[in-house]
Ligand binder design. Structure first.
Ligand SMILES: Cc1cc2nc3c(=O)[nH]c(=O)nc-3n(C[C@H](O)[C@H](O)[C@H](O)COP(=O)(O)OP(=O)(O)OC[C@H]3O[C@@H](n4cnc5c(N)ncnc54)[C@H](O)[C@@H]3O)c2cc1C
Length: 184
């Protein structure tokens, strides 16, 4: 969960896996409301706050769809799973996906062939450029998906100063996520 300042007011956000939500038997709205009322820091900071907008959204990951090309249709960006599974970030890779989808569509139109095979060029280009990173994100997510995995991560961070440094640099945006993923 995080709070970020805006021009007027703040954004209160929560990110959670669907499976965790099912386990907690709580909707996202209930979770955020609960934290606003009961979290020791948030409750104090937001005691006089008024909700003006609720904006729930899902993040798709690599593998959410089995393929992004069909006869006469192509998916790109988050719809195609071009996101960092480990962090939920997807703006940069969605731009990569969008660019390659556009190239595939332009080439297909030029040849007057918008078949699934012709449009698969987009996916091929995406895999060439960021395929390794998409897979690393999934691997990293798998390692931290359950409580045991997260505990192992915390123990690993406690034991190694180098791991702590790299993790903090990743969070602050100084180190690329992919460098950290390899270290994992
Ligand atoms: C809470 C949250 C925080 C995030 N934080 C970050 C972050 O810090 N950094 C980061 O890199 N990524 C972040 N992401 C992920 C990032 O927002 C997405 O990966 C990225 O926006 C995907 O871009 P996109 O263009 O593929 O899809 P989108 O940005 O979702 O764009 C799809 C557009 O299509 C429109 N649309 C949908 N259906 C139709 C329709 N039928 N007809 C016409 N239009 C339609 C939608 O309204 C939308 O405007 C976050 C996501 C969430 C939910």
């Amino acid at each position: 969960m995080w709070i970020s300042p805006k021009k007027e007011g703040v954004s209160v956000a929560a990110g959670i896996m669907l499976s965790e939500m099912a386990e907690m038997k709580m909707t996202l709205r209930e979770l955020v409301s609960y934290m606003i009322k009961h979290h020791p820091i948030m409750a104090e900071k937001l005691k006089n706050a008024k909700t003006v907008l609720e904006q729930p959204s899902m993040i798709f990951y690599p593998g959410t769809v089995s393929k992004p090309h069909y006869n006469g249709a192509i998916l790109a960006g988050e719809a195609a799973g071009h996101t960092v599974a480990a962090t939920g970030a997807g703006i940069h890779w969605s731009m990569v996906g969008g660019e390659h989808a556009a190239t595939a569509v332009a080439n297909a139109l030029e040849k007057d062939d918008v078949s699934e095979a012709a449009l698969s060029e987009g996916d091929r280009l995406v895999k060439e450029e960021i395929g390794e990173y998409l897979e690393l994100g999934v691997k990293m997510r798998a390692k931290t998906f359950d409580v045991k995995g997260r505990e192992m991560l915390i123990e690993g961070l406690k034991a190694s100063e180098a791991a702590r440094k790299m993790f903090l640099e990743m969070l602050s945006g100084k180190a690329r996520f992919t460098e950290t993923a390899r270290f994992w």
